[in-house]
Design a protein around this ligand. Structure first.
Ligand SMILES: Nc1ncnc2c1ncn2[C@@H]1O[C@H](COP(=O)(O)OP(=O)(O)OP(=O)(O)O)[C@@H](O)[C@H]1O
Length: 403
């Protein structure tokens, strides 16, 4: 599990709202490391986190005549292509080897999840590039004894109900989630799976599904996705031996754009929006619990129960997360001081084990830790509170608690 989970973070440019409010950038990235500065305590050392990849997409780019963003000479700007090269290629290779893969985008509303996953206009995200490369690689591997089949589905989970994004009309209350009594796996009854024969067919399906997504305006984002979107691509490789008998290698790729993880107070949520928020957080914390239980199991902890049943999202991803699956998480970050709390909780949502370490001089590290410890004790004494837990610098917090 430790090696089969990769975690990346990506910091986007300022949006118009942040520019209008004169926002300051509080994120810094250096190699695999990301640090965040608390705008209220500018003298305090920034908190540091290590990831498999820290993608700087905040500045250092130019838009060409077609609207594609390219890194300026010498800049560390991480383009869509770089993200695909690092993360998407692995998904593709795994699929050809017959592994299941899941790719999640996580983060507050408007932080850039959809940009990384699907992309906008010519700046295609990781999902369309994976699909394009899938068909290109199939063509390259063309062999008379090999047949490929690709099947596509796209659904969203909104308020714990499943909607098929490839169908205009969905039953009231959503499609039913059922459990296969023999395999124990959950599935969506009546979900449309369409065979696709080319990239352009998949592209059309993604556009169709994206247009059917449930979006709503919040303070944070004019078109905010309030649902989890799950694109599933089933990739079958059927080979024929000399005697004419066939064997099938099957891989399921789940590409999941999670709903915004923000807290109620920052979105100005009331009524329906508040209910949506509660459901979003229910499934995000269920997802965090499943991932950490799987990590416990892989570390040899016996009796760890994996709580798949706690949300529709984790039920449907049971097969994609457990078993022979490889998992990639992309956490999307706002650069702005005004989003400090949300961005910090996104950075801490890394419960899963990985091997990346902070590249820090050991003396600097010790000084920083002592300073933080000092600060924590000082605050605790001032409030007469109990000293508990570690200081905020640990890169292994939990997913933020439901509000
Ligand atoms: N890496 C990036 N480079 C350039 N622009 C970006 C990048 N990431 C995000 N943006 C821009 O930021 C805005 C918000 O991004 P996006 O829609 O992807 O957020 P989101 O996290 O999916 O939001 P929601 O959860 O509300 O759907 C978009 O206008 C997008 O074009």
């Amino acid at each position: 599990m430790a090696e089969s989970v990769k975690v990346a973070v990506r910091c986007r440019p300022f949006n118009q709202r942040e520019k209008d409010r004169g926002a300051k950038c509080i994120i810094e990235m250096n190699g695999q490391n990301t640090s965040i500065r608390n705008p209220d305590t500018p003298k305090e050392e920034p908190k540091k986190f290590a990831f498999d990849y820290s993608y700087w997409s905040h500045d250092g780019f130019t838009e060409d005549a077609d609207g594609v963003l390219h890194p300026n000479k010498g800049s560390k700007y991480a383009s869509q292509q770089i993200v695909f090269d690092n993360l998407g290629k692995g998904v593709l290779n795994n699929a050809f080897e017959g592994y299941n893969c899941s790719l999640f985008a996580y983060g507050q509303t408007g932080s850039g999840k959809s940009y990384s996953m699907v992309g906008y206009g010519k700046n295609r995200g990781i999902v369309p590039i994976i699909c394009d490369e899938l068909f290109k690689t199939m063509k390259l591997n063309d062999d008379a004894n090999m047949r490929y089949e690709v099947t596509f589905s796209m659904l969203e989970i909104y308020n714990e109900q499943v909607r098929d994004l490839l169908q205009k009309e969905n039953p009231k209350g959503g499609l039913q989630v059922r459990q296969n009594p023999k395999l124990g796996l959950f599935y969506v009854q009546g979900l449309k799976y369409v065979p696709v024969g080319s990239y352009s067919e998949i592209e059309k399906r993604i556009d169709q599904g994206t247009a059917n997504r449930t979006v709503a305006s919040t303070n944070m984002n004019a078109t905010s996705s309030r649902a989890h979107t799950v694109v599933t691509i089933i990739f079958d490789q059927i080979s024929k031996d000399d005697a004419g008998s066939e064997t099938k290698k099957s891989s399921v790729m789940n590409l999941v754009d999670l709903a915004g993880s923000e807290r109620a107070d920052s979105t100005g949520a009331t009524g329906d929006r508040l209910k949506e928020g509660a459901n979003i957080n229910k499934s995000l914390s269920a997802l965090g619990n499943v991932i950490s239980a799987l990590a416990d199991l892989s570390m040899g902890k016996k009796n760890a129960r994996v709580p798949y049943r706690d949300s529709v999202l984790t039920k449907l991803l049971q097969n994609a997360l457990g078993g022979n699956s490889k998992t990639i998480m992309i956490a999307a970050l706002s650069p702005a001081d005004i989003n400090y709390d949300e961005t910090l909780s996104t950075l801490r949502a890394k419960k899963i084990k990985n091997n990346a370490v902070v590249n820090e001089n050991p003396i600097d590290k010790l000084i920083r830790e002592l300073k933080e410890e000092n600060e924590r004790l000082r605050k605790s004494m001032a409030t007469g509170g109990v000293v508990s837990g570690a200081s905020g610098m640990t890169p292994e917090g939990g997913l933020p608690p439901p509000y």
